[in-house]
Design a protein around this ligand. Structure first.
Ligand SMILES: Nc1ncnc2c1ncn2[C@@H]1O[C@H](COP(=O)(O)OP(=O)(O)OP(=O)(O)O)[C@@H](O)[C@H]1O
Length: 269
């Protein structure tokens, strides 16, 4: 089957802003393939290059070497078949929740009343019926994430790219959101690339977990199929024996890299 997203032998080298003779290879010789409908998480130590890979998949960053294919077509420029959700707040503070949700439709010049109707439907789907008139500062962190989720999914992207979308949330809200994402995903089965440093979250949500090495020259060092049954409740599944077993297996690969990453950050500080 043609992958929804295929990163083919990617390397990313950055030139230091302060000293242009200095180069840093964040990602080296990395290939990553996500099938249509597959939920893939990438885990790795802090600063290893997870976001760099996601940005390459989004077409926001051109790799130094290697290529990207989207449903078999070479990616040139922005990946128009992908929707993104990032760690940072991406809502426009001057727009109401509804106006935020439909922003992408407006850029696509969708008829205004159709856009509003779809926006209301999506607000209801993410549990925010009746909150369309509120502005981002009048919503809780979890609610703002729901608006961002609706804003991404309303465009019905074939690929969803998520970069630690829930890391700023408290654990209960986070688990609720994770379950909501799984529910929405299972209804539509889009390809998902999910970046996280939280191994529990990665296992609970995914079909496959890819472990990256510490940088420089980050590359995959392990790949695990998550054969847990669906539908899943992310809180409950953590106590399943198979979950615990998978966690041990993946952690045994990830642990040393996390320690290396931590040492490097200490040196850099
Ligand atoms: N535009 C850039 N210019 C120079 N260096 C960069 C650039 N983007 C990323 N880097 C470096 O590449 C490395 C990987 O960064 P990246 O943000 O991809 O890591 P990450 O795994 O997502 O980090 P975290 O877990 O902290 O979110 C880091 O050392 C970072 O400083």
């Amino acid at each position: 089957m043609t992958p929804a997203l295929f990163l083919d032998n990617i390397s990313c080298t950055f030139i230091s802003k302060d000293d242009r003779s200095q180069r840093y290879t964040a990602v080296a010789d990395t290939s990553l393939s996500i099938a249509p409908g597959e939920f893939v998480s990438v885990v790795g130590p802090t600063g290893c290059g997870k976001s760099t890979l996601l940005n390459v998949g989004a077409g926001l960053l051109q790799p130094s070497t290697g290529s990207v294919k989207v449903f078999g077509e070479p990616l040139l420029g922005i990946n128009r078949r992908a929707g993104y959700m990032f760690q940072a707040e991406a809502l426009m503070p001057w727009r109401s929740a509804l106006q935020n949700v439909i922003a992408g439709l407006q850029y696509r010049e969708t008829d205004e009343s159709k856009a509003r109707q779809l926006g209301e439907e999506w607000l209801a789907r993410v549990g925010l019926q009746g909150f369309g008139d509120r502005y981002p500062h009048q919503l809780s962190g979890g609610m703002r994430k729901r608006v961002a989720l609706a804003q991404t999914l309303i465009l019905d992207p074939d690929i969803i790219l998520m970069d630690e979308p829930f890391s700023a949330l408290d654990i209960q809200t986070r688990q609720l959101m994770e379950n909501e994402v799984l529910e929405l995903w299972s209804a539509k089965r889009k390809a998902v690339l999910f970046i996280t440093h939280d191994l529990d979250e990665a296992i609970a949500m995914s079909d496959r977990v890819i472990v990256l090495s510490a940088g420089p020259g980050t590359h995959p060092i392990g790949e695990f199929v998550i054969d847990l049954p669906r539908p899943r409740d992310v809180a409950e599944i953590r106590s399943e024996p198979r979950f615990v077993e998978l966690h041990q297996q993946i952690w045994s690969v990830l642990r040393d890299e996390v320690l290396k990453g931590y040492q490097q950050q200490k040196k850099a500080a």
